[in-house]
Design a protein. Sequence first.
Length: 151
Amino acid sequence: MGISLAGPLLAVLIFASIGVFSYMQFIYLPTITAEEAVPENIANPAEGVTVDIVKGAYNIQQADSYVPKEVTVVLGKNNKVLWKNIDEVAHTVTADSGQSGKFTQEASRSRFLQAGENWEFVFTKEGTYKYHCEPHPWMTGTVIVQPEVGA
Ligand SMILES: [Cu+2]
């Protein structure tokens, strides 16, 4: 009796959860969208910077992995970073834990760049963003985003 009820009960709970989640999305989505509205010059900066994931980056003995290891960009000027994997193996650009925001969501564990692949991210908020490679955690990098000049 207990077992035969478990299936239907679980189904009811799952549907109830989905219902609540959909409802909350409906309520909160407009607020989130409004907060993330960014000025055109920041959403589409004229310039950007490139970080190469160099050959042999996977090698723990090699000093260079993300080159340059630290980049500084300015909102509205060059707040766009392009990572180019020119190594022969796959790497990730994964945000370090303890950070929040869009970069953390986008630069995730599943953000694998195969050999020869690129990934671009537009930073829209000032701050210091630290990241690493998921399979090779000794590979680390930093993006410093500075406020808009004159803002
Ligand atoms: Cu790697």
